[in-house]
Design a protein around this ligand. Structure first.
Ligand code: 6R9
Length: 643
């Protein structure tokens, strides 16, 4: 690991938070969390003020997380209405289309009108406080309008990433019991069309919904179910232009977002209103040192938590100008990101290591063609960033002048928990550095004992912070089981971490059966259950292996049914099958047909061995003596395809 240190640049010493302020505020947040958060909560507007700041318990028998619970507010009011006196004519959203000649600016005033109309359309379709609305849209402004419209009337949105298959979409609609689906005729990414409405149609053959509201994006011809399907544009023209915001309790749900875990189906991570907004707004302002008037760009998709917290809610709560990009980094050319930065004068740029690695592979020339002189700060999120990619990002993209904030967090954490503050923290490439205010990380060993000083182990958080997940939608037991039972009384992140002598954290990756492919979280169990759903597959085991661009690739061991033959044709069919069951992000990189899987005598698959074989580390397979049939390992080693 790189031990190079990048001190805070001279011209950053006047940032919002310097080293002394960081230390003082962090200490205050630990000693007097109630006082600290009561003060921070004033950054948003409350309808009725809270009197209780925090009431939380991580006790396995009684997990409960509540922040500002007797206060009331509204997220859309905070993200829009509150800014109107000062910012009605300021751009809230810059939308950059997939086609580089298409973009538009939406002011806070216009955002207000769009969101009100969208809210009234939802109301017209019977959506009430607490109802779930599934949003399956591409990266178009209507995605933001729809999410904020839900927030405005107190409905709970469940955004499903547009890359998910009908099967995956159906599962999420069913779990959320959502009657209304918002989609588009098609999406457009990298010049290619994505058949969103057709996917919704296919999903609704499996589950029911009352209304499908279809935004027109490409104008493609699509199938239509009269009485169920409605054109958004026609609906919007038929409703009032104004819609009052609902008064919501701080602990009323804001959204559900499905994420993969180590077992079973994806979990509906539930976030609530007050604490989430306070936390995303604070972290957006401090981590990115956001200044009024600046253009801020996060390249995530709104289908992921990064899009929720740092394209939409955090930036808009701060009255920022946030850029929303429909396309991909390499269309029409690998200069696209840098061209967009110049076109819109982007000051703060936040992307994922997987994109950086892919663009790094294209060389410096496509970057150097652009000026990037507007850039002031760079950010990274989604997976550990390898020091080579960090150095390249810093030297080539940021021309050695822009600090990089490597932000560690999760769908469950709502916002960034560990990251540098650019005016306070010396940087070490590959380290997410130090905890933010009110965040109490600990590293524990497998027995649960807290390790001190420089150490390596599993990362837990010892106490609650306002942006934390409140429950798994409809399944509190699973919530407790997943996050609070491994290490009693602590939130378990599922990540491993190292802490160095300076107190810096280095996230080493997942320690559970979750893999991180291009920054997307996938449960190996999900891919396995997709594979065994195929009629020719009898058993499957999926592991991650190091992949140059994606961070981790998907390696699947597949055992076939009697009579089925391991052909190239079947391999392709299985790849296609998984894409259809889950979506293209779950495409297996390697499928190895295996006559048998290594199992213990009690029948447990020994994943440790499968991981080693996938990594090509045959010399370190460890103890195989407990295997029921030691011979299968040799066969797997012999049969391993080149990766
Ligand atoms: C925000 C987001 C969460 C998992 C997390 C960890 C990995 C995210 C990281 C990082 C190292 C970083 N992760 N950021 N690892 N350094 N800066 O990505 O949420 O999709 O839920 O993924 O991603 O393994 O546990 P989510």
């Amino acid at each position: 690991m790189s031990e190079k240190i990048y001190p805070v640049p001279e011209d950053w010493k006047n940032a919002r938070v310097d080293e002394a302020t960081y230390r003082a505020l962090y200490e205050r947040s630990m000693k007097d969390p109630d006082g600290f958060w009561a003060e921070q909560a004033q950054r948003i507007e409350w309808i009725s003020p809270f009197t209780t700041v925090k009431r939380s318990s991580f006790d396995t028998h009684n997990v409960s997380i509540k922040w500002f619970e007797d206060g009331t507010t509204n997220v859309a009011m905070n993200c829009i209405d509150r800014h109107l006196p000062e910012r009605a004519n300021q751009t809230a959203i810059i939308w950059e289309g997939d086609d580089p000649s298409v973009s538009k600016h939406i002011t806070y005033g216009e955002l207000h009108d769009h969101v009100c109309r969208f809210a009234n359309v939802l109301k017209k379709h019977g959506v009430k406080k607490g109802d779930r609305v599934t949003i399956y849209l591409p990266m178009i402004p209507e995605a933001a309008y729809a999410m904020l419209a839900c927030a405005r009337i107190g409905a709970i949105h469940s955004v499903v990433f547009g890359g998910f298959s009908p099967e995956a979409l159906a599962g999420r609609i069913e779990d959320a019991q959502s009657d209304v689906i918002v989609t588009a005729d098609e999406g457009l990414r990298g010049g290619r069309r994505v058949a969103l409405k057709a996917n919704v149609d296919a999903a609704l053959e499996k589950v029911e919904a009352k209304s499908v509201i279809v935004v027109t994006r490409t104008g493609a011809e699509i199938d239509w179910v009269p009485g169920r399907d409605f054109r958004y544009e026609e609906e919007a023209a038929s409703v009032h232009a104004d819609c009052p915001y609902a008064e919501m309790g701080a602990e009323d749900p804001l959204f559900i977002l499905y994420t993969s875990g180590s077992t079973g189906k994806p979990k509906g991570v539930l976030h609530t209103t007050g604490g989430y907004l306070v936390y995303t707004s604070l972290t957006h302002e401090l981590v990115f040192d956001y200044r009024p008037g600046e253009v801020y760009w996060c390249t995530a998709d709104v289908g992921w938590v990064t899009g929720h917290s740092y394209i939409l809610y955090g930036p808009l709560a701060n009255g920022a100008t946030t850029l929303m990009f429909e396309g991909v980094p390499n269309y029409p050319s690998v200069s696209r990101f840098w061209d967009v930065i110049d076109k819109h004068g982007v000051n703060i740029f936040y992307t994922a290591p997987t994109a950086i690695r892919a663009l790094m592979a294209a060389g410096e020339e496509p970057v150097k063609k652009s000026s990037r002189k507007s850039l002031r700060l760079l950010g990274s999120v989604g997976e550990p960033i390898n020091p080579e990619a960090w150095e390249w990002y810093h030297r080539v993209v940021g021309e050695d002048r822009c600090p990089i904030v490597d932000t560690w967090w999760q769908t469950e954490t709502g916002g960034i928990l560990i990251a540098p503050l650019p005016g306070a923290t010396a940087l070490k490439p590959g380290s997410a550095t130090r905890p933010l205010f009110g965040v109490f990380p600990e590293i524990v060993d497998s027995a649960g004992d807290v390790l001190e000083g420089a150490c390596e182990g599993n990362l837990v958080i010892a106490d609650s912070w306002p942006g934390q997940v409140r429950t798994v939608f409809g399944d509190q037991e699973r919530f407790v089981q997943t996050y609070f039972s491994t290490y009693s009384g602590k939130y378990f992140t599922g990540d491993g971490a190292r802490r160095d002598a300076d107190g810096y954290y280095w996230i080493t990756g997942r320690v559970d059966d979750v893999i991180n492919v291009s920054g997307h979280r996938l449960g190996t169990a999900e891919i396995e259950s997709a594979l065994v759903a195929h009629e020719k597959v009898s058993e499957a085991a999926v592991v991650g292996y190091p992949h140059d661009l994606k961070g981790q690739g998907i390696y699947a061991y597949v055992t076939l049914m009697e009579g089925a033959h391991p052909t190239e044709h079947l391999r392709k069919e299985l790849v296609k099958w998984v894409r259809e069951e889950i979506g293209p992000i779950a495409t297996p990189d390697v499928i190895q047909f295996a006559p048998g899987l290594p199992k213990t005598r009690s029948g447990k698959i020994m994943r440790r061995i499968l991981r080693k074989i996938a990594e090509g580390e045959f010399g370190s397979l460890g103890d195989t003596s407990t295997l029921a049939e030691p011979g299968v390992v040799e066969e797997l080693v012999r049969g391993r395809p080149a990766t």
